[in-house]
Design a protein around this ligand. Sequence first.
Ligand SMILES: Nc1ncnc2c1ncn2[C@@H]1O[C@H](COP(=O)(O)OP(=O)(O)OP(=O)(O)O)[C@@H](O)[C@H]1O
Ligand SMILES: Nc1nc(=O)c2ncn([C@H]3C[C@H](O)[C@@H](CO)O3)c2[nH]1
Length: 207
Amino acid sequence: MKRTPFIAVEGPIGAGKTTLASMLAERIKLPIIKEIVEENPFIDKFYRNMDDWSFQLEMFFLCNRYKQLKETASEYINQGKPVISDYHIYKNLIFSNRTLSGIEREKYRQIYHVLTDDLPKPNIIFYIKASLDTLQQRIAKRGRTFEDGMDPGYLQQLIEDYDAAMADLATREPSTVIIAIDGNAVDFVENKKQFEEIVSQLKEHME
Ligand SMILES: Nc1ncnc2c1ncn2[C@@H]1O[C@H](COP(=O)(O)OP(=O)(O)OP(=O)(O)O)[C@@H](O)[C@H]1O
Ligand SMILES: Nc1nc(=O)c2ncn([C@H]3C[C@H](O)[C@@H](CO)O3)c2[nH]1
């Protein structure tokens, strides 16, 4: 049976996930599911003191994404309607493995699996890779106050964590299509031809 396209755009902080997902949604007329960022009550505190606020922040992201994923499943995927999202729920594990440790990390991992194992996951992933320099420039350009002064070491670790996680996902889920985009070289915002190449790739995998 043909599978319903469930598309996710992923990559480290500031890679351009929301930008690309929104452009693709508009270009090929797909409903879009976007991350809730501004109403997050812990993000500010987290960036000021990661040791004290990581567990609360990770749980908040997980609960929000779980709710969104359940709705996405019932409103779109289970009805055979394609959808695009500016994240993959798997990012919870990528971030929490970096920010949590010991019993909290283990507890979180168990809750993640209980909540998400039986829900549909994206089967087409655009993975935007970019250097530390590029990400820092984009984060600065966007200008969110809570991201001012983000530790470059944290961002660099996430770049590496994302690479490892995507390689791991490719091994565990060989049927998931993962399309890597070089975010340093490919400018899907300014370069129409490069954007259309991404659109063609997506259409090919949606057929
Ligand atoms: N290809 C690009 N060229 C130039 N600027 C870009 C490009 N892609 C995104 N940007 C800009 O970089 C900033 C970050 O982009 P965006 O918010 O889409 O990233 P994101 O990956 O969704 O971030 P987050 O991880 O915080 O959710 C925005 O100001 C956006 O306009
Ligand atoms: N710790 C942590 N865990 C997550 O699951 C997560 N998802 C996103 N973020 C951060 C990145 C941007 O600053 C901002 C918006 O994406 O929130 C996260 N931070």
